[in-house]
Design a protein around this ligand. Structure first.
Ligand code: HAM
Length: 423
């Protein structure tokens, strides 16, 4: 080990979430949890790491997340593992392992790890709120899942969010389309961007997603998947788009929306926050993955879901100045200048009754404790001096507004502060 100076810091591309900002995170997860519960989803926790094959098979070897960005490693027992780069494949792995009744509806709030170039809104550890429904290809589920995400954003107060939607077709119609696209790309190879000019053949669909002018020019005059969907996929797509409109969710058809993983079939969608830089403005995305369960070794079972990036959603909330969450403040701050024993028992009783109560430590002076009480934002100080201690009473002082202070017996004090309506 070198003796060079070491200043401990969170690793590049990661960040700590500290109070008071973490209260906002807590509120974000709570809001999502309560919505997901109302839509019939149950919380699922999967391990932070999986056998690397879960992602190689599930997401596709060519997916950038797998080929370039995965944190994979061999453990001390020689197992090849990877930190979860996304949340869908692990839930599908858990579904196959546990065989729950279908439709299986899971929600999660968990970190994902991708070795990306860090920048605002792009991290090496980011956090996703997501849902997955496994076991039905009913297009109404596509509508429900998209409507859930859309309502979540609306409830946060976000107004500048665009829902882009597309269909990736299925194993019946997509291969023939990809062949046609390949012929087109080959014919216009010289006009593609540097990267895709060389690599279009390994994943032709990705060229549609390229933002460089060359690729946009070539694909604009090329075949589009939407015109080559089989009748069943076209009907499914129509049902989803029309159904979304019926439940009040506006969507924009985006023929270029090709998401980064191989598992997608039929419906794919992305929510763009137009208040953010376009490179990082996808605040959520998802789609159907009707072949994924089978790909990971389970019985043929369809599925659909989405993931929402918590950091990005909060950036969008900042940009629209919405969803600010104040740190909670104590209802009562116990100031005990007789040694702390009274503070100890009073805060314990109050907290056991669910009341946010604080106190000072280290036997400070009355003045210093009242200063801490004031800084804490507490509504009331409950003061115990020698007199109160001797008579079994507590002096209550309102800290946020002018009011006389009053002295109550300890019993009266506890009754008032632990019962409803003591405001
Ligand atoms: P994804 O589009 O790769 O999809 O990620 C979902 C969301 O996570 C993105 O829309 C974005 O908000 C956020 N996100 C992704 N990468 C980063 C990053 N490096 N830094 C910050 N935020 C990021 C999935 O992961 C799929 N599993 C979604 C899904 C669920 N599809 C079906 N079911």
């Amino acid at each position: 080990m070198s003796e060079e100076q070491f200043t401990p810091q969170a690793p590049t591309g990661t960040h700590d979430v500290m109070p008071p900002e973490s209260f906002r995170w807590q509120a974000l997860v709570a809001k999502f949890a309560s919505m997901a519960t109302a839509y019939g989803f149950g919380l699922v926790h999967t391990p932070m790491f999986e056998d690397v094959r879960v992602f190689h098979r599930g997401l596709g070897d060519a997916a950038e997340v797998v080929s370039k960005e995965m944190y994979d490693f061999e453990d001390r027992g020689g197992r090849h593992l990877a930190l979860r780069p996304e949340g869908t494949a692990p839930v599908v792995r858990a579904f196959i392992q546990h065989r729950p009744a279908t439709p299986f509806k899971a929600w999660y709030a968990s970190p994902s790890f991708r070795y990306e170039r860090p920048q605002a809104g792009r991290y090496r550890q980011h956090h996703q709120l997501g849902v997955e429904v496994i076991g039905s290809d009913d297009a109404d589920l596509d509508i429900e899942v998209i409507e859930l995400a859309s309502r979540f954003f609306r409830d946060l107060g976000l107004q500048h969010v665009v829902l882009k939607i597309n269909s990736m077709g299925c194993s019946a119609c997509r291969p023939a389309y990809v062949e046609q696209l390949k012929v087109h790309l080959q014919a216009h190879e010289v006009d593609l961007c540097d990267e895709h000019g060389e690599r279009w053949a390994s994943n032709p669909l990705r060229v549609l997603d390229c933002k460089k002018p060359g690729c946009i020019g070539v694909t604009t005059i090329g075949p589009m998947l939407r015109d080559h969907l089989c009748a069943a996929c076209a009907e499914h797509h129509h049902h989803v788009v029309a159904g979304l409109a019926e439940v009040g969710v506006d969507s924009v058809q985006d023929d270029r929306l090709v998401r980064g993983f191989d598992y997608y079939t039929r419906t794919t969608f992305e929510f763009a926050a137009t208040s953010l830089e376009s490179a990082q403005n996808a605040i959520g995305g998802g789609g159907r993955y009707d072949g994924l369960v089978e790909l990971l070794g389970g019985p043929a079972t369809p599925g659909i879901g989405f993931g929402v990036g918590m950091e990005r959603v909060l950036l969008a909330c900042d940009a629209e100045t919405t969803f600010s969450v104040a740190a909670p403040t104590p209802r009562v701050f116990v100031v005990d200048v007789t040694g702390g024993t009274h503070a100890r028992t009073l805060v314990a009783t109050l907290r056991q009754a669910g009341v946010f109560a604080e106190r000072a430590y280290d036997s400070r002076s009355m003045k210093s404790q009242l200063k801490v009480a004031d800084r804490s934002g507490a509504a009331f100080a409950a003061i115990i001096g020698e007199q109160e201690a001797a008579s079994g009473s507590v002096t209550i002082r309102a800290l946020r507004h002018e009011a006389d202070q009053e002295t109550l017996s300890v019993e009266e004090f506890l009754t008032r502060f632990t019962s409803q309506g003591d405001q």
